[in-house]
Design a protein around this ligand. Structure first.
Ligand code: KG4
Ligand code: ZN
Length: 349
């Protein structure tokens, strides 16, 4: 089966071609240049840029895979959660291609796509798996009992992990997107040189809360600037970045390990843009090793938004008989625990 994947939920215009579960093309046109000067994604600009870029990006993916639209068997498209205008561009394109070529279309939850980035390399993941999804908008701990079965144990009560990275990086003047910039800055820092709180929302819950840690980091910066001389001491920014990253990652890894143990998970999966973070990858892998279970993390390029992961998640659903109707829409809020609207299982494979 040849699946064309389309992803436009935020600031990457992306298309991919997956043939029988193998990725033949995965094109990502980033909009970083467009949004960088605003320090974050401007939704209206994102939608317009998707509109301009999506056609050429799909053509490039098809070219690279050596096929044309006629050869496509199905289309998988992100229909939420995300920016509604941005999502609408991808969903409208997917439905138009499906309608014109009489192809089936499957709406994919963006978060399920992030999880399935793991399946591109490891087709056989033992269930139940404990998944930590950490992106610009989400920090979720999820038990995956089987393909398509998600039980959300905890989520963020305020800022998502990636959002906290982005906001602290902006305060430190490190640029956008903040996660990779802050990780780079932290390399030269000592995490114990600045005292910041450990952001346990509460010890016995699986929820996260990162806004207190974020505010403490911003306050520490303000205090350093207010000190005599007006400029933080050399190395302060690196130390602050290292301390922030250390505490955020410590809590993510600790709650992931506790949930994996409590739910007797047989594997831990990392997913989402923040899963590109080296410290997080190392700490969660160490926690999994202590529990004696495997830890899987997508390659760094597959952690951030791309259409390969959407095609992969869509393919798993298509072969199990799921289809969306042409009434599929764009949904800003879409829960991982619920079926995608306008979508049902029309046959049991
Ligand atoms: O999954 P993603 O590409 O988009 C959303 O679905 O939100 O995640 C983007 C987020 C941004 O907040 C970005 O700063 C963060 O992932 N991120 C990182 C790293 N690379 C990307 N955060 C920490 N360390 C990184 N290396
Ligand atoms: Zn994402």
């Amino acid at each position: 089966m040849r699946v064309l994947g389309i992803e436009t939920s935020c600031d990457e215009t992306a298309a991919a071609v997956l043939v029988d579960g193998r990725l033949q093309a995965n094109i990502v046109a980033s909009q970083i240049d467009l949004h960088a000067r605003f320090g974050g994604v401007v939704p209206e600009l994102a939608s317009r840029r998707h509109l301009e870029r999506l056609g050429p990006v799909i053509d490039e993916a098809l070219d690279q895979a050596g096929i044309t639209l006629r050869d496509v068997d199905a289309i998988a498209v992100t229909c939420g959660p995300g920016l509604v205008g941005a999502l609408t561009v991808g969903v409208a394109a997917a439905k138009a291609i499906a309608f014109a070529g009489h192809h089936p279309v499957i709406g994919v939850n963006h978060l399920e796509g992030h999880i399935y980035a793991n399946f591109l390399e490891h087709a056989e993941i033992p269930f139940p798996a404990l998944v930590l999804i950490v992106s610009g908008a989400h920090s979720d701990l999820v038990v995956m009992a089987d393909h398509g079965s998600y039980d959300v144990l905890g989520r963020t009560r305020d800022d998502a992990a990636g959002e906290a990275f982005d906001k602290v990086a902006r305060a430190l003047g490190l640029g956008y997107p903040g996660g990779p910039a802050l990780e780079r800055a932290a390399r030269d820092g000592r995490p114990d040189a600045v005292r910041l709180p450990l952001p346990f929302a509460s010890e016995d819950s699986y929820d996260f809360s990162f806004s207190g840690l974020k505010t403490a980091a911003v306050r520490a910066l303000e205090a350093a600037r207010a000190a005599p001389g007006g400029e933080p001491a050399p190395g302060f920014v690196a130390n602050l970045a290292a301390a922030f990253q250390e505490n955020l990652v410590a809590v993510l890894a600790a709650k992931t390990a506790r949930a994996a143990e409590g739910r007797r998970a047989r594997a831990i999966l990392l997913a989402g843009g923040v899963a590109a973070n080296t410290l997080l990858r190392t700490r969660v892998a160490a926690a999994a090793a202590r529990l004696g279970i495997p830890c899987w993390v997508p390659p760094v390029s597959m952690c951030t938004d791309n259409a390969g992961m959407i095609a992969e998640a869509g393919w798993f659903r298509l072969v199990r008989g799921f289809r969306s109707s042409l009434r599929l829409g764009a949904y800003a809020d879409l829960d991982l625990g619920n079926e995608v609207p306008e979508t049902s299982r029309i046959s049991v494979a």
